[in-house]
Design a protein around this ligand. Structure first.
Ligand SMILES: [Zn+2]
Length: 447
């Protein structure tokens, strides 16, 4: 007897946590943090006993997929964590960084001292296209999913009720075209598929148009003597930005213009990325094969310390500042916004989705002023955003990804909200003629 039960990212985007019981073996797929409006749910019990879980499979190291692992371990999980090596290395940085923020909360769900015991349970590494047998009846394999470095979708093959069965969990699927990440690879067969549906309702702007827009907006501001502030996510988006700016640098367009990478987390993540040269697309690997660093160029200055960050202001001419956090919810970008929003020469350029109710979203839609760190800041700078850099598949990509998998009894939709899920459900029905179901929180499904 095998069944699935949902404990997160069912009818919502965050808190990914899927439970699978195959005979006596109990497996979790991801153990993510609830974020944004769903944050309060982190304080609720898991709904299962962490002590009874044998394996935790990690699809990728975004916090909404790994953020509750220290809590899981604190509450008694002693099993093995299965992941790619890259996911483990990124999880080290992300969990330490997030624990330092969480422990400043009024009622922290865990603190920095809970991170090392959680990291100690990693170490069962599985790389894409390889198999791992965890029991006589159960075999696991990964495929690159193009979301970002080390991210995979997972297939679990098992023998149950006298027959061979298989279930695929998509993890987060990347766009078909990415700036630096290796493209998606596909599973070809499965009986059951659980697929993320974040952008199940929409189509992204073409990537090459977005890249052109990004470069033009920056050069335009620099040519008028302004400063460009880019609030950026430390993971993947910053490395994409660096790669695009390197291209401008090679053409001599940034000569004499400092580019500050002002985020210790992003600096550390970039270092980690360089350890995995095989996980990039051909454009990036070309640089690596030629002995060049795809994320470094003459104008780049990394400001690790607070003092170095504060000195950025003393450079009076045009410059570019890349700083976190990506949605301006704290981090060094707050200080740069206060400083540079007030001059019409400058540009604040958003390169990622800004969730409703975040400071980033408020700045993006500010008419005259923005409320940052308790102050009302007049907004005179240009505010702009480039929308096509998403790390998530859009509706076309999701249908395409599903279309590769044959022999499917039912497609289960997770990791999105009701309106998006309904749109994707209809698309899957009409385009693929598959049975399709929207998963509800705590719903149990017999496999
Ligand atoms: Zn993700």
């Amino acid at each position: 007897m095998a069944f699935y039960k949902s404990y997160g990212a069912a009818g919502e985007v965050t808190g990914s946590c899927h439970y699978l019981e195959i005979g006596k073996v109990k497996i979790l797929i991801d153990c993510g943090m609830f974020q944004g409006d769903e944050e309060e749910m982190n304080h609720e019990p898991f709904g299962f006993n962490p002590q009874n879980i044998d394996y935790l499979i990690v699809t990728h190291a975004h916090l909404d997929h790994i953020g509750r692992i220290p809590l899981l371990v604190k509450q008694g999980f002693k099993g093995k964590i299965i992941s790619t090596r890259a996911s483990y290395n990124i999880a080290q940085l992300m969990l330490k960084n997030s624990a330092a923020i969480i422990e400043t909360h009024k009622e922290p769900i865990y603190t920095t001292k809970d991170v090392d015991p959680a990291l100690a349970l990693f170490g069962t590494f599985l790389e894409p296209d390889k198999n791992l047998k965890i029991s006589k009846e159960i075999k696991i394999s990964f495929k690159n999913v193009g979301h970002f470095l080390g991210a995979v979708s997972v297939k679990i093959k098992f023998f149950d009720e006298g027959i061979n069965k298989s279930v695929v969990f998509s993890g987060d699927i990347g766009q078909s075209k990415r700036i630096i990440t290796a493209p998606v690879k596909h599973f070809r067969k499965a009986n059951y598929v659980f697929v993320e549906s974040t952008y199940g309702h929409s189509i992204h702007q073409n990537l090459s148009i977005s890249v052109k827009e990004f470069k033009n907006k920056i050069l335009n501001t620099l040519n008028h003597g302004g400063t460009v502030v880019i609030p950026s996510f430390a993971l993947e988006r910053t490395q994409e930005i660096l790669f695009l700016l390197k291209q401008l640098s090679e053409k001599g367009k940034l000569e004499g213009i400092p580019v500050y990478l002002d985020s210790p987390l992003a600096i550390n993540v970039t270092k980690t990325f360089k350890n995995y040269p095989k996980l990039f697309n051909t454009k990036v690997t070309k640089y690596i094969k030629n002995g060049d660093d795809p994320f470094d160029f003459d104008e780049l200055i990394q400001t690790y310390t607070k003092e170095a960050s504060q000195k950025i202001e003393s450079h009076k001419g045009p410059k570019i500042i890349i700083a976190g956090s990506g949605m301006c919810q704290g981090g060094r970008v707050s200080y740069h916004l206060i400083r540079y929003l007030q001059d019409k020469k400058n540009l604040v350029l958003f390169v990622g989705f800004q969730v409703h109710s975040t400071v980033g979203n408020k700045v993006l839609h500010a008419k005259h002023e923005a409320h940052i760190l308790g102050m009302n800041i007049p907004v005179h700078a240009q505010i702009s955003s480039v929308s096509g850099f998403s790390a998530h598949a859009d509706q076309h990509d999701l249908i395409d990804w599903l279309n590769y998998i044959k022999g499917v009894n039912c497609v289960y939709l997770v990791h999105s909200e009701e309106p998006q899920l309904k749109v994707l459900k209809e698309k899957v029905k009409t385009k693929l003629q598959n049975k399709v179901h929207i998963v509800k929180m705590h719903e149990q499904i017999h496999l």
